[in-house]
Design a protein around this ligand. Structure first.
Ligand code: TYD
Ligand code: MG
Length: 452
């Protein structure tokens, strides 16, 4: 009988190949094939046949008779906004993944959370990345000095899971999943097999002992979680920590939450004593504004919270051939789309200009209402004319150059009023005396940017 061969399985779509290739021919993902050794030879059919016979009947219970497992215990993180993101604090027995770029402040915020929770509960911080003295220095700086806060340095998932399973701790931090290894697997830490199996082991221990666990995960440059996506499916909560590494605001939002909504976000700033929640982000973001051409104030939403941010555009002549488009804090594909709409629908010439877009304060916009503000910023930069000082802008722009309505206009308007703005250039569907209604991009530019 022929020897069973290793298979190369795509970690994104599951297609398998007899040979390794750089790119999965099925789904087009690069570098996603991982070698998997064949299972010990078994007769497939008889295995399925056997399983069919060996199954036990389930015992269904009426939904209304179901009991909720334990009393719902939630631990407050000490950050009210973060508690809201989590759906009311960290749930006992839940496993959360905190994902973010290196240096954004994951270890910092977790140490602060530990400091808070360890005042009333027992907490364990396991680090596989930093030495005890490094962690101690940070803990000192952040005032984490409770007797109930313990530290261990380990990269063994087996040891960590065993410790969690004792149930001695209410909360365990694992920093980070990419450093862990499981003894039974020989591949390098951070790889698919290691991350999945270590994750699974820890999750099982957490569920069995009703211990809350927060796992740190690094993300790649593209912003996706390093290691397999499958970890996101295993955990209860996935928190994304986004923002600029150097200064600016940092935002934590839940991209998955089995115990709460995913529409909330918490905004932080890094200071000398760690991260603190920013109470009035709009005022802080606008404090250093110069009203020049290319600068537009957008009324956006971060989670369900309204926020005013400055969008800046710069247009310079292209020095050779191909015009350059750069966006910081705004999706580049969306920018290209808006540039095409501007060129086609408003007769603005942009093909000979390099265009740069910057969202001030390190915010990453995920709001379609930013379209109109970005278009106005570009037009204002190209024309060298500025918009009136007391205007805010919001609205989605369609391919036909039409301005479309957006979510929660009332909250955006209320925030603009609160900060002393007098008018909002916004979709015509909104009935409010504060709003200067617009329905077409070209008319808007002619009226408010070009002809002033
Ligand atoms: P860190 O939390 O170690 O980032 P991560 O775990 O996500 O890799 O550190 C983030 C940065 O914050 C680091 O460059 C140092 C800085 N920092 C402060 O500015 N103030 C502080 O109080 C602390 C603890 C860190
Ligand atoms: Mg760290």
């Amino acid at each position: 009988m022929a020897k069973p061969h290793a298979q190369f399985v795509c970690q994104t779509c599951g297609a398998s190949y007899p040979k390794w290739t750089g790119r999965c021919a099925n789904c087009g993902t690069w570098n996603s094939l991982v070698e998997q050794l064949p299972e010990p030879a078994r007769d497939e059919k008889s295995a399925v046949g056997r399983s069919q016979l060996s199954g036990q009947l389930l015992q269904p219970i009426a939904m209304r008779d179901l009991e909720t497992s334990a009393r719902e215990t939630r631990y407050s993180t000490g950050f009210p906004d973060l508690d809201v993101v989590l759906g009311g604090g960290i749930l006992a027995g839940s496993v959360s993944l905190l994902a973010g770029q290196p240096g954004i402040g994951k270890s910092t915020i977790l140490m602060q959370i530990c400091a808070h929770i360890s005042r009333g509960h027992s907490v364990l911080y396991v680090s596989g990345e930093e030495s005890a003295s490094q962690v101690k220095l940070r803990a000192l700086r952040l005032g984490a000095d409770s007797d109930q806060l313990k530290f261990a340095s380990s990269t063994s998932a087996n040891d960590i899971a065993k410790t969690i399973a004792t149930g001695d701790f209410n909360l365990v931090i694992v920093d980070s999943i990419q450093t862990l290894t499981i003894a039974e697997i020989s591949s390098a830490p951070g790889g698919v097999a290691q991350v999945t199996n270590c994750g699974n082991l820890i999750i099982r221990a957490a569920k069995a002992s009703n211990t809350a666990v927060i796992i740190v995960g690094h993300v790649t440059k593209e912003g996706t979680l390093a290691g397999p996506k499958v970890l996101e499916h295993l955990v209860d909560v996935v928190l994304n920590f986004e923002g600029d590494r150097y200064g600016g605001f940092k935002v934590i939002r839940a991209v998955k939450n089995r115990f709460g909504s995913t529409s909330e976000a918490a905004i932080f700033a890094m200071g000398k004593t760690g991260l603190s929640e920013v109470k009035n982000p709009s005022a802080t973001l606008l404090a250093e504004r110069h009203n020049t051409d290319g600068s537009i104030i957008l009324a956006t939403l971060e989670g369900t919270r309204p926020l005013l941010v400055e969008i800046q555009a710069l247009a310079t002549p292209t020095s050779y051939g191909y015009p350059k488009r750069t966006a910081s804090g705004f999706d580049l594909n969306r920018l290209n789309l808006l540039l095409a709409v501007l060129e086609r629908r408003t007769k603005l010439t942009l093909s000979d200009k390099d265009i740069f877009i910057n969202v001030v304060g390190g915010m990453k916009l995920q709001d379609s209402a930013a379209d109109l503000a970005v278009c106005l910023a570009i037009a204002s930069a190209v024309a060298g004319r500025k918009l009136a000082e007391d205007y805010v802008v919001f609205g989605e722009v369609g391919l036909g150059g039409e301005v479309r309505s957006v979510f929660r206009p009332d909250q955006r308007i209320a925030e603009a009023k609160k900060l002393g703005f007098k008018h909002a250039i916004a979709p015509a569907t909104i009935k409010d005396s504060f709003v200067i209604p617009v329905s077409d991009l070209r008319e808007t530019l002619i009226k408010y940017v070009n002809e002033r």
